[in-house]
Design a protein around this ligand. Structure first.
Ligand code: PGA
Length: 257
């Protein structure tokens, strides 16, 4: 059984002191929670202070993005070398990066290679927009994003990656996908594609999260699905009570309790 993995994507929220307060509260609220990987992904400037606050805790730390080059004239960018040793995970290809900042599939593939070669565990986001969804293109769009992201990634490295299926129309809208639909898309657009790129073992080993309006009241619907191993949580990860409730309820649902 794949271990549950629930991550909080704080996006462009929380000053450094607010970030430290949030993670301190979370640390307390999640004490004793085992059998589940939990991570928080604050803005870059809060990574180091949050890392300090997380000392002695099992909560992991992730960045929300990075460049693929180690250094250079890339104003405003942060490199894998800078994140190495600073955090465990890095979110790559979030739909906000793709749509607002123009990130392409090719960049996301370069970032994936760079993360893996620098010991960072990537969370690669894929997802269709409303128009694509309504046109019945979801499997083709998400499957294409998976193929592009994993280009030339060896099987033994691919298994270190987590994929987050995040339908764009469900992000920040309060309108999540249905658990069964998300499960079906993950089977057809993610695991079947991975089985084709690699083999069944790799397809079954890779963890897949659902993201898009995950809240304490609906997390069970997602984490009780066979293909869904966790959640990437935006808005509800900004409150310690909500996020810890999501982790506890989600873990129980994943374990079939
Ligand atoms: P949301 O965001 O939970 O606020 O919908 C999810 C995400 O963008 O990762």
């Amino acid at each position: 059984m794949r271990k549950a993995f629930i991550a909080g994507n704080w996006k462009m929220h929380k000053t450094v002191s607010e970030a430290v307060d949030l993670v301190t509260a979370l640390k307390g609220a999640l004490e004793g929670v085992e059998d589940c990987d939990v991570a928080v992904c604050p803005p870059f400037v809060a990574l180091d202070p949050v890392r300090g606050s997380l000392e002695g805790s099992t909560i992991g730390l992730g960045a929300q993005n990075m460049h693929w080059e180690e250094e250079g004239a890339f104003t405003g960018a942060v490199s894998p070398t800078m994140l190495q040793g600073m955090c465990d995970y890095v979110i790559l290809g979030h739909s906000e990066r793709r749509t607002i900042f123009g990130e392409t599939d090719e960049w996301i593939n370069k970032k994936l290679h760079a993360a893996l070669s620098h010991g960072l565990l990537p969370i690669v986001c894929v997802g269709e927009n409303l128009e694509q969804n309504e046109a019945g293109e979801t499997v083709a769009v998400c499957g294409g994003q998976v193929r592009a992201a994993f280009e030339d990634v060896a099987a033994d490295r691919a298994v270190e990656v987590t994929i987050a299926y995040e339908p764009i129309w469900a992000i920040g809208t309060g309108v999540p996908a249905h658990g069964e639909d998300a499960n079906d898309i993950i089977r057809r657009a993610i695991r079947d594609v991975l089985a084709d790129l690699y083999d069944e073992d790799v397809a079954e080993a890779i963890r897949v999260q659902y993201g898009g309006s995950v809240k304490p009241h609906n997390v069970v619907e997602f984490l009780s699905q066979k293909e869904i191993d966790g959640a990437l949580v935006g808005g509800a990860s900004l409150k310690a009570d909500d996020f810890s409730e999501i982790v506890k309820k989600g873990l129980a649902a994943h374990l079939g309790e």
